[in-house]
Design a protein around this ligand. Structure first.
Ligand code: 4AD
Ligand code: MG
Length: 464
């Protein structure tokens, strides 16, 4: 019977059963007694299965040439492992080499520790390492848990478009989508390119957020979410920004800011629990190799209530802290990560929801508060990473929304479909966006966001 490494190690097969395992060699060790120990992984779990290979095999010569990365099929009997660590191993009766590693001395993924920078330069081979394999499994587990969480609560998953005309965040950080005929581009500066026509006759971009589209479905199906790739053309070379990242955005009708703050807390706790349950093996590895607190901080995250603070009070806390920040603190600033981390890590020592930000630093769609100065916006700040979620209650009052558009110099006609939601059966509604890679970074402790997405897209980084 064919079986995966995880099924074998978790005891799905009984001792004495003959099984076949297909995978790649992690390591090989030979004993003087004429036995080789070949560790084989297939990515189904962190651990490799050990095959005990006797020199009586007809192709034992080949076994002695196996190196890290060779692909093999091992046939043999499941036996109890006498060694520590694992319950089972395979007493091999056959080892078939499926693919050799051409030149083991130059194979980049030799079984040793590599720097993350080195691995990034070999993005096509890095999933073979313990580290990136573990990241991939944890990432999957988190995504599946997110879908489960919403599905169990009756949310409808809506696919929102990637090509769009709307700059949701209004930050001018959009990648242009063009069908321009490169051959016939103007040759000199005088002939400006007409970008207003560039996508089959309509100026278009890659989406920065699915929110506006999700709102249309929330205003019909009540509880929806979107989860997909989003794009930001910000030229920032930091360890928490990508040009292409995945965002998960719930949108809820008849909900206010407090409702979605509670939703964010429930969701994060749910997915952290799920990953601790499902990926104990990988999480133990992250705790040992990457971030000592990887498991304990998730446990504490799950057991504590989030702190809640108004932006205005948060600014006061920063001012009273006596701390010298790189960026000066005053009411009205867009907090930077040093401020966010101070609040979460040193002041509240817990995840914190900051609410009611100055309207001047926030997007056009956010609901205005009665004070005239702030909007019903929130950010969730996690210790160790800073902003992980951004959200708000949306302005559902047409007159207030129109006044805001005008004040910001935005064109009513461009938002006609969005205004229709406010014209026909408008309801209070709210939502947020979770940066999926920020979440994976936080859970794994991987300090650079480029190491938690298979093929990172960042300034000067678009290979593969
Ligand atoms: O705060 P942001 O810009 O909010 C929105 O886009 C809203 N439309 C979401 C909504 O209300 N539906 O982005 C949301 C989250 C941030 O909190 C951050 O975690 C992540 O997306 N994010 C990025 N992650 C990686 N690289 C980038 N360049 C990111 N920009 C934002
Ligand atoms: Mg934000």
């Amino acid at each position: 019977t064919d079986c995966s490494v995880v099924d074998l190690l978790s005891g799905k097969f009984s001792v004495g059963q003959v099984v076949k395992v297909k995978g790649w060699v992690r390591t090989r060790r030979d004993s003087k007694a004429g036995i080789s120990f070949v560790a084989v992984y297939d990515g189904s779990c962190f651990d490799a299965i050990q095959a005990v290979v006797p020199n009586s095999l007809s192709n034992y010569e080949e076994v002695l040439r196996l190196t890290t990365g060779c692909s093999v099929m091992i046939t043999g009997e499941v036996v109890e492992s006498p060694g520590q660590g694992q319950a089972f191993e395979i007493q091999a009766t056959g080892v078939e080499v499926i693919g050799w590693v051409e030149d083991p001395d130059t194979y980049p993924m030799a079984a040793k520790r590599h720097t993350v920078e080195f691995l990034r330069e070999h993005a096509h081979l890095r999933p073979r390492t313990n580290l990136i394999g573990a990241v991939a499994r944890v990432r999957n587990s988190l995504a599946q848990a997110i879908h489960r969480f919403y599905h169990e609560r009756g949310y409808i998953w809506v696919s929102t478009p990637i090509i769009t005309a709307s700059d949701t965040e209004g930050a001018g950080e959009m990648f242009r989508v063009s069908t321009l005929d490169l051959e016939n581009l103007p040759r000199n500066d005088q002939d400006a390119v007409d970008f207003s026509q560039d996508f089959f006759g309509k100026e278009s971009f890659l989406t920065v957020s699915g929110q506006l589209n999700a709102e249309t479905y929330a205003c019909a199906l009540s509880k929806v979410y979107t989860f997909g790739p989003t794009f930001r053309a910000e030229n920032s070379n930091t360890s928490r920004h990508l040009a292409e990242f995945w965002m998960m955005e719930p949108e809820v009708a008849f909900a206010d800011l407090d409702d979605v703050a509670a939703l964010a807390e429930d969701m994060l706790k749910y997915v952290f629990k799920a990953v601790l349950e499902e990926r104990g093996d990988d999480m133990a590895f992250f705790a040992q190799r990457i971030e000592k607190q990887a498991i304990s901080r998730l446990e504490s995250f799950i057991s504590k209530d989030f702190a809640q603070v108004d932006y205005t009070d948060a600014i006061e806390i920063l001012l009273q802290s006596g701390r010298k920040f790189e960026m000066d603190v005053s009411w009205g600033i867009d907090m930077s990560s040093e401020h966010e981390r101070y609040l979460a890590e040193e002041h509240f020592k817990a995840p914190v929801v900051v609410k009611n930000y100055p309207r001047d630093i926030k997007a056009f769609y956010m609901r205005q508060n009665d004070d005239g100065k702030t909007v019903a916006a929130m950010d969730v700040l996690a210790p160790g990473i800073g902003e992980i979620i951004g959200g708000s209650q949306r302005e559902e009052r047409l007159e207030v929304f129109d006044a805001r558009l005008e004040e910001m110099g935005l064109n009513k006609e461009d938002y006609s479909w969005y205004r229709d939601l406010r014209r026909y059966g408008s309801v209070p509604h709210s939502g947020f966006g979770l940066g999926f890679e920020r979440l994976v970074s936080y859970v794994t402790g991987m300090s650079n966001i480029r190491d938690v997405i298979p093929f990172p897209r960042a300034p000067k980084q678009a290979d593969y």
